[in-house]
Ligand binder design. Structure first.
Ligand code: NDP
Length: 451
């Protein structure tokens, strides 16, 4: 079996990677286990020094890694380079803070001393998607490597080159051989890997069906999981919002990365008195976006990562129109290319409302009032992020408590940030990445009690 990397803009095959054999996988797991021991012995300071070197390499090689990302999944080169630099700054953030995050927590008891220590467990398996092929991997790998866990990555089949390049980078940064390894393996062949006793946890970012399948397997073998699945984030615009700013950020939050982001603003829920003005403003911005060659500096959105994903967004758009939505901009598909589209009059019962739309398709839903806006926001099986726009910050804080999601951003777009915990509720998954919560997910929280 081989994994093909296809440049989405032209759909030409740019590389083929043979899958690892069973023996190769066995040997990689063994290397991972030895590296776990080496990482543990190295101590936090040494691991932080290696991570700083990884950050330096990412900065020095941003153009090279960015080009690989754009070639394999089609995002614009400027977005790809920004992604690489975000990995570098997150590596620096954690290298500077991991010591404090791993400090044992002293707990007063009747004993002489008692505390909770944070210790690594072994090898953690990361199953990662193609939409941010560096960021999704690094945001998990950085805190885990720093805490002393080894990592094996099963990357999405269309971005094998990225997985291998990340492996090379960590090795070049000085991490022990086997500390971070890419496994070229089909998603159908994961059970023996998940079952292996050296694997001490599994994290998955991807679709809800993939999460269900991996979590079921992990449950069978008592392996902890963190799931970061899809989202159908509401972007709520109340009538007193700064509409010009909200319109500008709504378009960015929906269209960046060609709309292929779990936290993209997928449903724009606008309070009725503001709807007409908001729609006019977003329509003007969307119509001005340049879709096309990811390597041209004027391109705003590149192609989607795979033709089947573009077919799916076309289906969701057409079925929504069939049920009464209006198309005000874009929506033309050629292969992986899909021009940024704007639908208005979207309602529950249409795919643009009910399903995750993973492409550059914006959906405007009009809400009668603020209570209806919150009801519509929560009317989804997902619960990853939400944005809320209003000038009344007391009202914003009150409404934020009523939204069922892992993140609420007020007068801003939802984004991931190394300093803030990130994750979802409902079918968007469980567990957290980033911040101190993310650093602790795959550690042994060990209680030590001295009588
Ligand atoms: P998948 O969820 O299928 O892929 C994500 C990762 O999971 C890939 O590495 C994939 O490997 C792996 N995977 C899939 N199924 C299994 C399985 N049964 N066991 C183990 N690993 C598995 O996403 P798609 O690429 O098919 O995208 C489909 C939809 O998923 C998107 O349209 C979007 O809605 C959602 N999605 C959400 C993302 C997010 O950031 N939350 C990211 C990507 C997709 P392989 O590629 O080899 O199948």
């Amino acid at each position: 079996m081989t994994f093909k990397s296809i440049y989405p803009f032209t759909q030409e095959t740019i590389a083929e990677y043979p899958a690892h054999t069973k023996d190769e996988i066995a040997s990689r797991l063994q290397h991972g286990w030895q590296a776990f021991s080496a990482l543990r012995q190295a101590g936090t300071e040494q691991r932080a020094a290696w991570m700083m070197q990884a950050a330096t390499l990412l900065r020095e090689q941003a153009a090279e890694h960015g080009t690989l990302i754009s070639r394999e999944m089609g995002k614009t080169l400027s977005e790809a380079k920004a992604e690489v630099l975000k990995c570098a700054s997150t590596a620096e953030y954690y290298a500077n803070n991991i010591g404090a995050m791993l400090q044992p927590r002293l707990i007063a008891t009747e004993g002489k001393k008692s505390y909770a220590a944070f210790e690594p467990k072994g090898i953690i398996l990361a199953i990662m998607p193609w939409n941010f092929p560096y960021w999704q991997v690094f945001r998990f790998a950085i805190p885990n490597l720093l805490a002393g866990n080894a990592v094996v990555l099963k990357h999405a089949s269309n971005v094998s080159g990225c997985g291998l390049a990340i492996e090379k980078l960590f090795l070049e940064a000085g991490f022990p051989e086997g500390a971070f390894q890419a496994l070229l393996v089909s998603s159908k062949n994961m059970e023996p890997i998940i079952a292996d006793p050296r694997i001490q946890g599994v994290t998955l970012t991807g679709s809800t069906p993939a999460g269900m399948s991996v979590a079921a397997l992990a449950g069978k073998y008592i392996k902890k999981t963190v799931l970061e699945l899809g989202g159908s984030d509401p972007f709520i615009v109340l009538k007193d919002a700064n509409l010009a700013e909200a319109a500008k950020i709504a378009v960015k939050a929906r269209m960046q990365n060609a709309g292929q982001s779990c936290i993209a603003a997928k449903r724009w829920i606008v309070e009725k008195p503001a709807a007409e003005d908001f729609i006019q403003q977003v329509q003007a911005i969307i119509t001005s976006l340049q879709q096309g060659d990811p390597f041209l500096p004027d391109t705003d959105t590149g192609p989607m990562a795979r033709a089947d994903l573009a077919d799916e967004i076309t289906r969701q758009m057409e079925q929504s129109i069939g049920k009464g939505a209006q198309l005000l901009a874009g929506g033309e598909q050629h292969g992986c290319n899909f021009t940024p589209a704007l639908l208005t009059g979207v309602q529950p019962g249409m795919p643009a409302f009910d399903e995750e739309t993973f492409g550059p398709l914006a959906a405007v839903i009009t809400a009668h009032d603020e209570a209806a806006a919150i009801r519509l926001a929560n009317q989804t099986p997902f619960g990853l992020g939400a944005a809320l726009w209003t000038k009344d910050l007391d009202k914003a804080a009150r409404l934020a408590t009523l939204i069922d999601s892992g993140n609420v951003f007020i007068n801003a777009m939802v984004r991931s940030d190394a300093r803030l915990p990130f994750g979802g509720v409902k079918q968007s998954g469980y567990g957290r990445e980033l911040s101190v919560e993310g650093a602790h997910e795959f550690l042994n929280i060990k209680t030590v009690y001295i009588a």
